[in-house]
Design a protein around this ligand. Structure first.
Ligand code: PLP
Length: 359
């Protein structure tokens, strides 16, 4: 059995492509290196000749892609001598900031919206010892506050307006190219604050410009209908969706996302909460892959666009599953139709119940 060097995270792995000095002390939890899983059952039922892969980012250390960016942001700020970071968050950024700040031995302040945060994400921020401010407002209010506070207090912003976040997150595009041996034809992903689409485009473009690949994918990004500023063409006042990770009305990387769409020849589209939840269930039931609601919208988009012919047969499509389904157990349990059957703890009863289900 040949030995393999221990995997130590995206900065070590992609150091040559990141703005990082050789003697920098790296804060990592082994993020990245997530599986690219080919859809089997869903694809067969689709009846179209396409290759759909999902990049399962829910398997990062804190359960979302945010870790790729956070290792860069926290590493940079610690090496600059800073002692505290701050972010506004719908949940995953705060979970990630809290964990990496704990690892670095610095303080994380997180602003979360009142009541609209998934339980798993809140639990993470609490466990990692972040200082949590629950504001009477939504993510956009939190983001505005964070930007104001950061110019009045010694705290570094680790939202995706921090350029180091995008640098780290672009490594997901590198991994996809390495595994496919080429760039995909289409890349589908959810669109919230618009950091991730910008980061992927940065990554695909970098490998394209170096000459590692000869093509770049069309970037296809999807929003929840109740929180779809890119579809409306302007910020949305009171964004609402069950997919709390993309419940954002005033995306910070607005221009970068439009540039990615335009330069790549991709598009934006929207889905209802019902469609989002149906796709989350489909992935869980048919492929054994549990992602959070916001993530499922990427696959909803790919499937709809393949069915309509907008994405032609013969295409290779990658979808980012941005966060793990365990982040939001309440939404999962609430929408589950599968019965939990109460039985007496006897062989007779359990056997009877099993046979009932096999006929
Ligand atoms: C942050 C996040 C998004 C949105 O990404 P942006 O970079 O804000 O567009 C989507 N899904 C999940 C699970 C997230 O945590």
């Amino acid at each position: 059995m040949p030995f393999r060097p221990r995997y130590t995270g995206v900065i070590d792995r992609y150091r040559d492509f990141l703005p990082i000095h050789e003697d920098t002390r790296i804060i990592s939890l082994g993020e990245g290196n997530t599986p690219l899983i080919r859809l089997h059952n869903i694809q067969r039922e689709l009846g179209k000749e396409v290759n759909i892969y999902v990049k399962y980012e829910g398997l990062n250390p804190t359960g979302s892609f945010k870790d790729r960016g956070m290792t860069m942001a926290i590493t940079q700020t610690v090496n600059a001598g800073n002692q505290a970071v701050i972010c506004a968050s719908t949940g995953n950024t705060s979970a990630s900031a809290a964990a990496y700040a704990a690892r670095a031995g610095i303080t994380a302040f997180v602003l979360i919206p009142d009541g609209k945060i998934a339980q798993g994400k809140l639990a993470q921020a609490m466990m990692h010892g972040a200082i949590i401010f629950q504001i009477q407002g939504n993510f956009d209010d939190g983001m505005r506050l964070v930007k104001e506070v950061a110019s009045h207090a010694p705290v570094e912003i680790v939202n995706s307006i921090n350029p180091f976040r995008l640098q780290g997150q672009k490594t997901a595009a590198f991994e996809i190219i390495e595994e496919l041996g080429r760039a995909p034809d289409y890349h589908c992903l959810p669109l919230g604050n618009a950091g991730n689409i910008s980061a992927y485009w940065l990554g695909y473009t970098q490998f394209y410009q170096i000459g590692i690949v000869t093509t770049r994918p069309r970037m296809c990004a999807y929003q929840a209908s109740g929180a779809a500023p890119f579809l409306r063409g302007h910020p949305v006042e009171n964004p609402e969706t069950i997919a709390t990770a993309i419940r954002i009305g005033n995306p910070q990387s607005w221009d970068k996302a439009w540039a990615a769409q335009r330069e790549s020849g991709g598009w934006f589209d929207e889905f209802s909460d019902e469609e989002i939840l149906a796709t989350q269930k489909l992935l869980a039931e048919r492929e054994g892959i549990f992602c959070e609601p916001a993530s499922a919208i990427a696959v909803a988009g790919a499937l709809r666009d393949v069915k309509s012919g907008k994405i032609p047969e013969g295409s290779t499509i990658t979808c980012t599953l941005t966060g793990h389904g365990l982040k939001d157990p309440d939404t999962a349990i609430r929408q589950s139709t599968g019965p939990v059957i109460k039985v007496k703890a006897t062989l007779e009863e359990v056997k009877g119940a099993i046979l009932d289900h096999l006929v």
